[in-house]
Design a protein around this ligand. Structure first.
Ligand SMILES: NC(=O)c1ccc[n+]([C@@H]2O[C@H](COP(=O)([O-])OP(=O)(O)OC[C@H]3O[C@@H](n4cnc5c(N)ncnc54)[C@H](OP(=O)(O)O)[C@@H]3O)[C@@H](O)[C@H]2O)c1
Length: 290
């Protein structure tokens, strides 16, 4: 893309507001998911996302696209300092000794010397190494390789154990969450402990969420699409969604959720869409992902 077009796009994009994490670092209120892009797709699409205003990027060792994400960031011409970059440690690298090697691999592939946020991808309670992993992540943070440390797919019992054994809770827990699967009890726990909730599959991938008549109706009244209604619901609920799209028009659609509001009645309608049925069917108490 020419610099001229890049500049024109950047002038037109909405400003994404920020939250402040318990550790004092700022995090954008909406981000960009990169699963299941491969390196080539990530390299081509990350500049498109950044030019449309996304600044929080979500990757993981297990997505196999960290090189492409790093190249895409560099191709975009946007400064690394202006980007909030997240990666995740896989189950096979859990344990006091392997965290450093895994983290250094992520940094090398991404072409950066720090992560804004590093997450334990799954607790893998059967392996029972998440506490040692967390301890090593806290040390890497204290050395400056990571700004904020968090987890993904953790249940309250896992979070409480981290605190009991290391004295420190994560600042973020990234979990499956959308209007049909609202995780209200977990969100209340997060609020009590000042843990920010990030939502994966925020648009309900693998569900029929976006086909809902209720969403269509609210969208008609707001002059918005069903996906925008869902993403506005996340933002207005204080949840940070990380929608993935490989389509530049949908990238622009998904980030345009900051200059309008859902009414109280519309928020209540969305609250009533909860079915408790997860799209993935993964239960963190039993799911093991290496
Ligand atoms: N921590 C974890 O365990 C975990 C697990 C899963 C995912 N994640 C992260 O969360 C991110 C998002 O989750 P996800 O990819 O599972 O689900 P998602 O963002 O809810 O849904 C992505 C799907 O929705 C489509 N889509 C995007 N925008 C749309 C729109 N405006 N209208 C209609 N369809 C639209 C995309 O297709 P197009 O690409 O064709 O637009 C894609 O098929 C992932 O990319 C990954 O970074 C984390």
């Amino acid at each position: 893309m020419s610099d001229h077009k890049n500049k024109a796009l950047q002038d037109a994009v909405p400003d994404v507001a920020h939250h402040v994490l318990r550790d004092g670092h700022k995090i954008p209120q909406l981000g960009f998911g990169t699963y299941p892009m491969d390196d080539a797709e990530a390299e081509a699409l990350l500049p498109e996302a950044l030019w449309r205003g996304y600044r929080l990027l979500d990757t993981a060792v297990n997505y196999g696209n960290e090189r492409g994400v790093g190249r895409g960031i560099r191709h975009s011409g946007i400064s690394r300092d202006d980007i909030f970059l997240t990666s995740k440690i896989p189950g096979r690298d859990h344990g006091r000794e392997s965290v450093r090697r895994s983290l250094e691999g992520s940094l090398r592939r991404l072409g950066t010397d720090y992560l804004d946020l590093y997450l334990i991808h799954w607790p893998n309670p059967g392996v029972d190494q998440y506490v040692q992993t967390w301890q090593a992540m806290l040390e890497a943070r204290d050395e400056g390789l990571i700004r904020s440390v968090g987890v993904s797919n953790f249940l309250p019992e896992h979070l409480l154990r981290l605190e009991a054994e290391t004295g420190e809770m994560p600042v973020v827990n990234q979990v499956e969450l959308h209007p049909q699967y609202q995780q209200e009890a977990l969100r209340a726990f997060h609020q009590e402990h000042r843990i920010l909730t990030q939502a994966w599959s925020p648009l309900g991938r693998k569900t029929d969420l976006l086909q809902s008549d209720w969403l269509a109706e609210i969208g008609r009244r707001q002059g918005r699409t069903p996906a925008q209604v869902v993403l506005r619901w996340h933002v207005q609920s204080g949840i940070v969604p990380i929608p993935k799209s490989s389509n530049p028009e949908r990238m622009a659609e998904n980030i345009d959720v900051f200059e309008w509001d859902l009414t109280d009645e519309q928020m209540e309608r969305l609250r009533m869409m909860h079915t408790g049925i997860s799209g993935s069917g993964f239960d963190p108490a039993a799911h093991e992902e290496m």
